[in-house]
Design a protein around this ligand. Structure first.
Ligand SMILES: Nc1nc2c(c(=O)[nH]1)N[C@H]1C(S)=C(S)[C@@H](COP(=O)(O)O)O[C@H]1N2
Ligand SMILES: [Mo]
Length: 196
């Protein structure tokens, strides 16, 4: 397992970002209910500024190289859950297979509940950004985004789309669900980038 809980050193002095408090349980925050996602018909698509548009079935996605990481999780509402064990596919694995264009500057994630969230390409193209399907050694619970979610330990957690089923590479910035409603594009917890 790779421990990435020290990535805070890139951004600040304290592991726990300012204005956050640690909690042991794992609250569920979703804009609506938990969508039903059937892995038998599930499809994951990669499109936009890429050489190869890609589609993965669930089995194909599970065959991609994966990694287990120890990560922290920071919610913009003020709680942090430390030392979560997430297993999944690192974002750069997708970038490599898709042959992302030089002019891709931004990324939009899409999800089964019509949620979207955006990030700069450089902020996404890191080993710690995982398409995660296990939490603490168990299949990711549906409420937390199972079968597949994104985790972004260097950003507030709304940047991690639960029930993720698409990634689009963009040559211009666009805004996701919360970003259109006043939340930050950068979302750096150590700078308290909560709103834009
Ligand atoms: N698809 C989808 N992803 C989502 C959300 C959502 O409503 N839909 N909520 C976001 C928000 S605001 C947060 S804080 C985290 C919460 O993840 P959790 O429910 O596992 O704690 O998921 C993020 N990802
Ligand atoms: Mo949130």
């Amino acid at each position: 397992m790779r421990d990435v809980t020290d990535l805070y050193q890139e951004f600040g002095d304290e592991r726990l970002p300012p204005g956050q408090s640690e909690r042991e349980d794992f609250p569920v925050l979703s804009k609506g209910g938990t969508p039903r996602v059937d892995t038998d018909v599930w499809e994951f698509t990669v499109s936009g500024a890429v050489e190869n548009e890609l589609t993965f079935t669930w089995e194909e996605f599970l065959d991609l190289p994966s990694e287990t990481q120890l990560q922290d999780f920071h919610c913009v509402t003020g709680w942090s859950r430390l030392d979560n064990e997430f297993t999944g596919v690192p974002f750069p694995e997708i970038v490599e297979r898709a042959g992302v264009s030089e002019d891709a500057v931004h990324v939009m994630f899409g999800a089964a509940d019509d949620y979207t969230t955006d990030l700069a390409f450089d902020a996404c193209n890191r080993q710690e950004v995982l398409f995660a399907y296990e939490l603490d050694g168990e299949p990711l619970p549906a409420d937390h985004g199972g079968p597949l979610r994104v985790v972004t330990p260097h950003k507030y957690a709304w940047k991690g789309a639960k029930w993720v089923d698409s990634v689009t590479f963009l040559t211009e910035e666009e805004r996701g669900y919360w970003e259109q409603r006043g939340y930050s594009d950068t979302a750096n917890p150590w700078e308290q980038d909560r709103y834009s």
